[in-house]
Design a protein. Structure first.
Length: 134
């Protein structure tokens, strides 16, 4: 297998989505002085993004541009659904006097998903160029 730009970008995107699942996806001050963080893998959303990231890396390795792009879009959608769900839950926390915010793991998952999408686009273009030159 030839290492291409698309594969490297897809690989980085997949690694970032996997890494994001062990980082905080939401943070709140908690009770007293102890903050509470929800890690991505602790939520169902993070587990789905983890699986999508692994599949995205495999598809990028196999030079499946369109499928890599689709899995990047799926990771992005799942992460945005998490942000929406967190926003809804935050409104409940505020009514009880608490606060909740999006953790930095969520942003890393978004960047990883975007890189998976870009990697898929580049892989697709590279495959088209290879077919045209053959």
């Amino acid at each position: 297998m030839k290492i291409t730009k698309g594969f490297i970008i897809g690989l980085i995107g997949g690694i970032l989505t996997i890494l994001a699942t062990i980082l905080p996806w939401s943070s709140s001050p908690g009770i007293g002085e102890s903050p509470m963080d929800v890690m991505g893998a602790a939520s169902g959303f993070g587990t789905v993004v983890l699986i999508i990231g692994v599949i995205g890396i495999i598809l990028a390795y196999l030079s499946r541009g369109i499928l890599t792009m689709i899995f990047g879009v799926l990771a992005l959608l799942v992460t945005f659904i998490w942000v929406g769900a967190l926003s809804y839950l935050s409104s409940w926390f505020v009514s009880f006097g608490g606060t909740n915010s999006v953790g930095y793991g969520t942003y890393i998952a978004i960047v990883g998903a975007i890189l998976l999408i870009l990697g898929g686009i580049i892989i697709h273009e590279e495959n088209k160029a290879a077919v045209a030159s053959a």
